[in-house]
Ligand binder design. Structure first.
Ligand SMILES: Cc1cc2nc3c(=O)[nH]c(=O)nc-3n(C[C@H](O)[C@H](O)[C@H](O)COP(=O)(O)OP(=O)(O)OC[C@H]3O[C@@H](n4cnc5c(N)ncnc54)[C@H](O)[C@@H]3O)c2cc1C
Length: 470
């Protein structure tokens, strides 16, 4: 059967979007990407730690090849959503045969603790966007003190520790975990980058302290002691006197703030590990009703991100914090994830709309996982495009008509769109600047600067980022 060429809108230009675009474009479809940021890449560009040059360059090259395809059109600096440049409904009504939502997890997850709204309390994502030069976060001040507490013990926590150690050079940074050393979520690769800053006597004392709790549920303390001390002699990327510590079995309860509004500490409830009832399941946690204050002047939450509801997709009635996807299993595989969006109010699928990557499941894994999710999602999109569902693609308008309609709408709203050629021009300007300054990488950190360099002025700047002025 010959494949009919379809017009597809993809919202977002992170890894999930670009890998989905690759599959759909290779199937011969015409893809239009609408991206909030001027540059493509999402967290691969603005999340992955800045000094991971090799990984970032490799991904940029790969993504550029996708964006250079004749049947792919990139439109940057356009936010899709409610009260944004264009609504999702408007995109869908232009006549695209399918719309793929790959906007990542742009919302912010908080624990709702007293004191969280103090000035020196930050969410990791905002800091990560800041140090990776993503406007408007790059233009905001993030005053960091000398003693930083980071809540969470995954890779993002370690990226924050890395930045505090190598760039901010704070006096101390303490990662706080509700569970124990065996439940750490970070990978060896990330740990190696910060281990040189470990306060080794403090680590030793902390492991001695938690050893009985670990042994009580049959964990091998020595195995984890060895793993955690493995890279302590590894030199840091930049010389630094920062002490990196970890505090286990502590669940944050509130942030202490003095009368001037300054953070003075984070109060944590002591916890105990509970052996899982079934082998291989997650270790449980019991709160002990006793508290400890860890002194600090800055708190960073590295506890994962959330979807941003202002995009305008229906939310799952079951989970509340995910976009709703069709509830029934699509194929014979019962655990297969669903990608087609569902409207719970109307109790019917939004047949032409799909969600992939971190927009489908927030903070779920590395680029490889976002890729796998996007590729798997394309099976379902392709099944829809081939008419395997009760409702089939509209197919009423030609790609040219759809693209003209989109351009007209964005022009009428004076949206300063940026195409892929302009992105490449910006990249060349940045490379020239990096050479002039003798640094490995230089990035324009202001939206107006980027637009000025491209001969455009910015009049749709800040509203696109919900939550930035929390
Ligand atoms: C701090 C951090 C460090 C990481 N480090 C690594 C690492 O070292 N190695 C690794 O493999 N993985 C790493 N990851 C994971 C990796 O970045 C993710 O797996 C991946 O980026 C998720 O892809 P995504 O496309 O779903 O979302 P994202 O990468 O978030 O992309 C979302 C895209 O949607 C756009 N967008 C958002 N909202 C809108 C809107 N309303 N309208 C239009 N466009 C919109 C954004 O501009 C962006 O282009 C890291 C993640 C974080 C948070």
């Amino acid at each position: 059967m010959t494949q009919q060429k379809r017009a597809i809108a993809v919202i977002g230009a992170g890894p999930a979007s670009l890998y989905a675009t690759e599959v759909l474009a290779k199937q011969g479809h015409q893809v239009v990407i609408l991206n909030r940021d001027i540059k493509p890449g999402g967290l691969a560009e603005f999340g992955i730690y800045p000094t991971k040059h090799k990984m970032k360059t490799g991904l940029r090259r790969y993504f550029n090849r996708i964006l250079q395809r004749d049947n792919v059109e990139y439109i940057g600096n356009v936010t899709v959503g409610m009260e944004a440049d264009i609504s999702l409904e408007e995109v869908r009504n232009l006549g695209f045969d399918a719309t793929v939502v790959a906007v990542g997890a742009q919302g912010t997850k908080w624990l709702g603790l007293p004191g969280e709204d103090a000035d020196a309390v930050f969410h990791a994502k905002d800091l990560v966007y800041h140090y990776n030069a993503l406007p408007p976060f790059s233009e905001q001040e993030f005053p960091i003190g000398e003693h930083v507490a980071v809540v969470g013990l995954g890779n993002v926590c370690l990226d924050i520790v890395h930045w505090m150690v190598c760039e901010k050079q704070v006096e101390s940074v303490t990662a706080i975990a509700r569970r124990g050393p065996a439940e750490r979520k970070f990978t060896r690769k990330e740990y190696r980058l910060v281990s040189g800053a470990l306060d080794v006597p403090a680590l030793q004392a902390e492991l001695d302290r938690v050893a009985p709790a670990m042994e009580a549920i049959g964990q091998n303390v020595e195995e984890h002691r060895k793993a955690l001390k493995r890279f302590v002699d590894k030199p840091l990327e930049k010389e630094s006197d920062t002490s990196f510590r970890m505090r286990f079995l502590r669940s944050p309860a509130r942030i202490e703030v003095d009368e001037r509004g300054q953070v003075t500490g984070i109060v944590c409830e002591k916890t105990r590990l509970v052996a899982p009832e079934v082998d291989g399941e997650r270790v449980g946690l019991e709160r002990l009703g006793e508290f400890e204050t860890i002194e600090c002047d800055t708190v960073v939450f590295a506890i994962g991100d959330a979807i941003e509801p202002s995009l305008g997709l229906p939310l799952s009635p079951k989970w509340g914090d995910t976009f709703a996807t069709v509830p029934e299993p699509w194929s014979e595989e019962p655990d297969r994830p669903r990608y087609m969006v569902y409207d719970p109010r109307r109790e019917e699928p939004m047949w032409d709309t799909f969600v992939v990557g971190w927009a489908r499941k927030a903070s779920d894994g590395l680029v490889g996982k976002a890729r796998a999710d996007a590729v798997q999602g394309c099976d379902e999109i392709q099944a829809f495009l081939q008419g395997e569902f009760p409702v089939t693609p509209s197919g009423g308008r030609s790609f040219g008509e759809i693209a003209d309609g989109l351009r007209k709408l964005l022009d009428e709203r004076e949206v300063k769109t940026v195409d892929f050629e302009e992105v490449q021009n910006l990249t060349s300007l940045e490379q020239e600047e990096a050479q002039r300054r003798g640094v490995e990488e230089f990035k324009f950190a202001r939206r107006d600067e980027m637009l000025r360099r491209l001969g455009k002025s910015d009049n749709n700047g800040e509203s696109r980022f919900k939550g930035v002025d929390r």
